[in-house]
Design a protein around this ligand. Structure first.
Ligand code: UDP
Length: 325
């Protein structure tokens, strides 16, 4: 049985990926400090509580488990917070990843799947954007991930070490079986905030900027269902386990929706009306981020199942109404 260490596996994307891993019979060990993750989100495998800054602990866990590969989800993800607290992002997302890679090299573990982000592209002049587009992040969150991508490239040239970076576009939705979903410290993302508004927990849903150069003036994003994204991790893992070289893949469906379109879809799916207020732009937002996903489809043979905004929102709404933790 193949063994996979899932760092940050108690979080939103990690826990969905664990569910996909279990369906393909992997032996799973989770390493997570539970700062934003939840013990209850781990449906399969064992958990070791630990932080990536605890090098000795991390090393003994890796030495004992000896995984065939590591999937690394642990990181902070909020653009606005990263602007307020850049060092938090550079230390947790960048420096802690250096710790992980150093320990991997010391232990002779040489396959890594890394959670990257479309935020590494910054503000691309034209979308859909492909993987060869220059990285030009416009906020510390994107920069913290771009640093890691650059390091991984250098490391894979100097050592026997292979990685896949998956550049996530806007991840949304919840497990279609309703077993797991996103539980967050504070709701900042558009779909989760709109659902809170539908539930009456937020009085006014704000639209951050209506003067962008897009058809309706609001930002456009490529929303990908978390279970499809989870499958992309397994595809990437198997690609590395088959002995293929390091590579980078965009993870999105290849088409986008504006903020206004998302809000209308949330109203339609939930059957709830709520007040929407147009406000100023939010710092660090790119007008349009849509993936060119040809590489993922062609090379990893990724087969998305849930490319449907209504379905994505339905699964999130179901989770909001029936959270299991
Ligand atoms: N957004 C918004 N109102 C909100 C939350 C987000 O208008 O309450 C906008 C945000 O400015 C961006 C888009 O929705 O243009 C997607 O933002 P989100 O935070 O969901 O994801 P990001 O693209 O920043 O990763």
């Amino acid at each position: 049985m193949r063994k996979v260490l899932v760092v940050g596996g108690a979080g939103y994307i990690g826990s969905h990926t664990i569910k996909s891993l279990s369906k393909r019979s992997y032996d799973i060990l989770v390493y997570d400090n539970l700062s934003t993750g939840h013990r209850e989100a781990i449906l399969y495998g064992r958990l070791v509580e630990g932080d990536l800054s605890e090098r000795d602990k991390l090393k003994s866990v890796i030495e004992e488990f000896r995984p065939d590969a590591i999937i690394h989800f642990a990181g902070f993800i909020e653009v606005e917070e990263s602007i307020k607290k850049p060092l938090l992002y550079y230390s947790n997302n960048t420096v802690n990843t250096i710790n992980l890679i150093e320990v991997m090299l010391e232990c002779g573990i040489n396959k890594l799947i890394f959670s990257s982000t479309a935020a590494v592209y910054g503000n691309p002049e034209k979308t859909p954007v492909d993987e060869n587009y220059p990285l030009n992040p416009i906020n510390p969150y994107g920069q913290s991930k771009a640093f890691v991508e650059k390091m991984l490239q250098d490391i894979s040239r100097s050592y026997d070490f292979n990685y896949v970076s998956l550049r996530y576009f806007n991840v949304a939705g919840a497990d279609p079986d309703g077993e797991i979903g996103q539980k967050y410290r504070k709701a900042t993302h558009l779909i989760t905030r709109a659902l809170k508004a539908a539930k009456g927990e937020i009085e006014n849903l704000e639209i951050f900027g209506t003067d962008y150069n897009t058809p309706d003036g609001t930002c456009i994003r490529d929303y990908i269902h978390v279970s499809d994204l989870a499958e992309a991790h397994i595809d990437a893992l198997e690609y590395l386990l088959e002995g293929n070289d390091s590579d980078v893949f965009n993870c999105g469906y290849g088409h986008g929706y504006s903020v206004k379109e998302v809000i209308e879809t949330v109203k339609k799916v939930t059957g709830k009306d709520f007040k929407v207020v147009e406000t100023a732009r939010r710092a660090g937002d790119a007008p349009e981020l849509v993936a060119n996903n040809r590489h993922l489809l062609d090379t990893l043979k990724w087969k998305p199942c849930y490319d449907d905004l209504e379905f994505i929102i339905k699964t999130s709404w179901n989770w909001e109404l029936n959270p299991k933790f």
